[in-house]
Design a protein around this ligand. Structure first.
Ligand code: C2E
Ligand code: MG
Ligand code: MG
Ligand code: MG
Length: 292
């Protein structure tokens, strides 16, 4: 009887393996397809950047923007970064894609300044792989040089996971980046594992409160306490606090009340194509004061 049970387990085990292989194979095919499409995407100029304004909560003015990559594939349509960034990361393709993003964001910002629009700080997301490239500092220095963008108008966004490993090396790289004159933000703050004993050693400028905490400001007291705490933490470390994912007037009011410095979110504007963003900048639109 024992023999029979074992045989059955093996059988069903084998079936499970077959089932998984088929599904995995399908997924692998899909990934390989996206990966080879990604390889072509730079040459074919299928990437573009959208820009989302960052608004100063005291003046209501647009003081910055975040560059967010979009992939317009001829057959797949608009592919969201959530879908392809991790694949680009695993395949290493994020390195050339990231270089393009950095260059395009700097070039565009300089072009807006040259066109007489009010200067704004442009934020660019760096991926983990890109951040670990040995020539990162040189690549950014070259990009600033070629685009002519003043370094003070470039902000790079890193995540906690990227800075909390190999801390001593990271601190060295961050100092080299700071020496170029740019500013550094920690993105999605609160979702990773930050050691507070390291945080104050990093030469950073901004904590971006993750949108998951902002979303629940109205409904969940503990989440709103996290938002309040991150703002206080930023200020006690002499950093700016930026809230992302702000969608409602109530969230805005809360953030203002707790002294958050800047906001970013659909409430003011979605990420926009370059021409629409330029029109928004030119319009001089400001955030209206909270009525209550
Ligand atoms: P992130 O850097 O945290 O960017 C914020 C995301 O929140 C963006 O999604 C933005 O469109 C979205 N968002 C902004 N305001 C609101 C709001 O009010 N409500 C909601 N629900 N969402 C809002 P997106 O553009 O899909 O980008 C997703 C993530 O992909 C980014 O998160 C970033 O981690 C990554 N990513 C985007 N562009 C790049 C890039 O050029 N390089 C790298 N390495 N990563 C990028
Ligand atoms: Mg970001
Ligand atoms: Mg974020
Ligand atoms: Mg996020």
């Amino acid at each position: 009887r024992a023999d029979i049970a074992m045989y059955q387990a093996k059988e069903s085990g084998r079936n499970n393996i077959q089932f998984f292989t088929q599904e995995m194979n399908q997924r692998l095919q899909e990934r390989l397809q996206i990966e080879s499409a990604l390889r072509l995407a730079i040459e074919q100029r299928e990437f573009l950047l959208h820009y989302q304004p960052k608004v100063d909560l005291r003046t209501g003015r647009i003081v910055g923007a975040e560059a967010l990559i979009r992939w317009q594939h001829p057959e797949m349509g608009m592919v969201s970064p959530a879908k392809f960034i991790s694949l680009a990361e695993e395949s290493g393709l994020i390195v050339p894609i990231g270089k393009w993003t950095l260059h395009e964001a700097c070039r565009q910002t300089k072009a807006w300044i040259d066109a007489g629009l009010p200067p704004l700080k442009m934020a660019v997301n760096l991926s983990a792989r890109q951040f670990r490239e040995p020539d990162l500092v040189q690549v950014i220095a070259d990009t600033l040089h070629h685009s002519g963008l003043p370094a003070g108008l470039l902000e790079i966004e890193l995540t906690e996971g990227m800075v909390m490993t190999d801390v001593n090396h990271v601190i060295k790289v961050l100092h080299e980046l700071k020496a170029l004159g740019l500013t550094i933000a920690i993105d999605d703050f609160g979702t990773g594992y930050s050691s507070l004993s390291y945080l104050h050693k990093f030469p950073i400028d901004v904590l971006k409160v993750d949108q998951s905490f902002v979303r629940d400001i109205q409904s969940q007291e503990d989440q709103s306490l996290i938002v309040q705490s991150v703002i206080s933490l930023a200020h006690s470390l002499k950093l700016r606090a930026i809230a992302e994912g702000v969608e409602t007037e109530a969230q805005l009011g809360y953030l203002r009340h707790h002294g958050c410095d800047e906001m970013q979110g659909y409430y003011f504007s979605r990420p926009l194509p370059a021409d629409a963003f330029q029109a928004l900048l030119a319009s001089g639109k400001t955030l209206t004061p909270t009525s209550t």
